[in-house]
Design a protein around this ligand. Structure first.
Ligand code: LIP
Length: 272
């Protein structure tokens, strides 16, 4: 039953990602209403809320008892909850969306019995949809051409292209910037593009060797982490912790221990 359920959920999530993409691209207002959340630069736009409401409504049309964890907190009370939970970032890379920078995505992770079984990351302006079903591999569709995802290889930091991101609190950014100042010297190079879910997918595609960030939420990583592991990569928290703690790490399988050692060193130096 779980096999057919996973495939039903993937089909629904891909269709929902498509209709949400159409809303976010075709209905993007010129003068977008925007509010700040945790700090003045932590934005939420009217389109974040509209997209999340659309996703929840689409699911509820066919799956009345599923539950949700969405970045924008769309409330939804279920009397008899099912074993399926949708973990939603309606616009991952909100600042990029606000600036009409194409590096943003709709991220949908789906838990069955508490374990992520399906992940979809749709990046409409990059013309790519990344997706994975647990134990069935990871794929990307680029302009409807489907390819299997496989991480690259290479186990030394000095030859690694490493991505990261920053929070919105100035004190945290000061620490993240200090850590990056060392990583940029010790790695081949670094990237900061502004959407965690796509960064995970780029590790899965071999376009990055590694990605690390402090302070991500489940909606940032749930879908992308499954896509990385199904592409042969590794994900986790720091020093054996699960994803969801302070740190999120992802890399090709060869590099993970090296990445963990370097981030652990930077954590001890700048975050404690
Ligand atoms: C974003 C993350 C990104 C992080 C940004 C922001 P949001 O998520 O995907 O990795 O560096 O600061 O948190 O807020 O755009 O959904």
């Amino acid at each position: 039953m779980t096999e057919s359920l996973k495939h039903e959920l993937l089909a629904l999530a891909l269709d929902i990602a498509k209709s949400t993409s159409e809303i976010l691209v075709n209905q993007r207002p010129t003068n977008m209403a925007v509010e700040s959340k945790s700090t003045p630069v932590d934005l939420v736009t009217e389109m974040d809320k509209k997209a999340e409401e659309h996703i929840v409504q689409r699911v509820q049309e066919v799956r009345h008892n599923d539950t949700f964890l969405g970045e924008e907190g769309t409330a939804h009370v279920v009397k008899n909850p099912s074993n399926v939970r949708w973990i939603i970032d309606p616009i991952d890379g909100t600042v990029n969306y606000f600036y009409n920078n194409p590096y943003w995505a709709i991220s949908i992770g789906i838990e069955i019995d508490g374990e992520i079984a399906v992940g979809v990351v749709a990046a409409p302006l990059l013309h790519e949809v990344f997706y994975a079903v647990k134990d069935e591999g990871a794929f990307v569709e680029h302009d409807s051409k489907k390819s299997k995802l496989k991480t690259n290889f290479g186990a030394t930091l000095d030859k690694a292209l490493v991505a990261t991101g920053f929070g919105y609190d100035p004190e945290r950014r000061k620490k993240q910037g200090a850590a990056l100042a060392e990583m940029v010297v010790n790695a081949r190079d670094t990237r900061r593009a502004g959407a965690a879910s796509i960064d995970f997918c780029y590790v899965a595609a071999g376009r990055l060797d590694a990605y690390y960030e402090y302070g991500l939420y489940p909606w940032d990583f749930s879908a992308g982490a499954l896509i990385v592991t199904e592409a042969g990569g590794r994900v986790g928290g720091l020093n054996g912790q699960k994803l969801g703690g302070d740190w999120s790490l992802a890399s090709n399988a060869d590099l993970f221990e090296v990445l963990n050692k370097e981030v652990s060193r930077l954590n001890d130096k700048y975050f404690n």
